[in-house]
Design a protein around this ligand. Structure first.
Ligand code: DC
Length: 251
């Protein structure tokens, strides 16, 4: 999210049909904790593209649901599991990006996106088809405005099937857990690596088995295993792909 331009909320976003969807997109699909945000951000900077952190968008919607008292865990006893209230909340959520900050209805929610409350609900929220539909429209609208590096779980397969560059960025679960623990340590949080690994495996299963837009490698994506590689080495590899023969020409 490197642009200072705000983007309208999901309810205002115009749908761009996938068949005619944007092409100037580097679509990066990584499983949880594959070091994707850092890599995608650096790649966007090197290319002069906008960075679209779609996981942060799902986290912002989750924060909004929590603030509205309609997050999935709070609604599990309701007859419709709270879906009517969640749909209303989705329609009323206006997301805006200002530089690296993410706003919901004018509130800067950036500092709340990685709290345990959001962490524990975001997989369930991101599995809701009406949330995915709203995010998909918004993501396509952003990419229609100019070239982007977009990272998420369904970028190359669902949101940007016509993306010029598709990358499936993988890493061994144990390495992803180690990186996640380092992130937590930088935030002053001490979390056991075994616990983090267990959470990663659960999230992988949820993300890859949900019915709507499961995590999957696009057939035409470049597979990159970042296990044992430094961030710089991964970025260099991806830059080479985008600028080189594999990416269909230099941007
Ligand atoms: O990348 P992340 O950890 O910030 O993602 C948060 C959650 O959102 C995670 O459970 C996967 C989900 N997600 C998704 O379903 N689709 C995306 N395009 C991005 C994230």
């Amino acid at each position: 999210m490197s642009s200072s331009e705000p983007v309208p909320g999901p309810s205002a976003a115009g749908a761009a049909p996938a068949a005619a969807g944007p092409t100037e997109v580097v679509a990066i699909d990584p499983p949880s904790g594959a070091g994707k945000s850092t890599v995608a951000r650096l790649l966007a900077r090197a290319l002069g593209f906008r960075f679209l952190d779609t996981g942060a968008m799902y986290r912002a919607v989750t924060w909004h649901f929590l603030a509205e008292g309609c997050a999935p865990a709070e609604c599990s006893a309701e007859p419709d599991l709270g879906h009517a209230r969640m749909q209303l909340a989705t329609r009323s959520a206006r997301l805006a990006l200002h530089g690296d900050r993410l706003f919901v209805n004018g509130n800067d929610v950036t500092a709340h996106l990685r709290t345990r409350e959001v962490e524990s609900q975001v997989s369930a929220v991101s599995a809701l088809p009406f949330v995915r539909a709203a995010m998909r429209e918004l993501q396509r609208e952003v990419a229609n405005a100019g070239p982007v590096v977009a990272e998420g779980r369904d970028m190359g397969t669902v949101v940007f099937p016509r993306a010029r560059w598709k990358i499936y960025l993988d890493a061994a679960p144990s390495e992803r857990a180690r990186r996640r623990c380092q992130d937590f340590a930088r935030q002053g949080r001490s979390v056991g690596e075994a616990d983090v690994l267990a959470e990663i495996l659960v999230r992988d299963r949820l993300d890859s088995t949900r019915s709507d837009a499961p995590l999957r490698q696009a057939a035409d994506a470049l597979y990159v295993d970042s296990t044992g590689l430094t961030t710089e080495a991964v970025v260099a590899r991806l830059l080479g792909f985008v600028r080189g023969a594999g990416g269909g020409g230099a941007p």
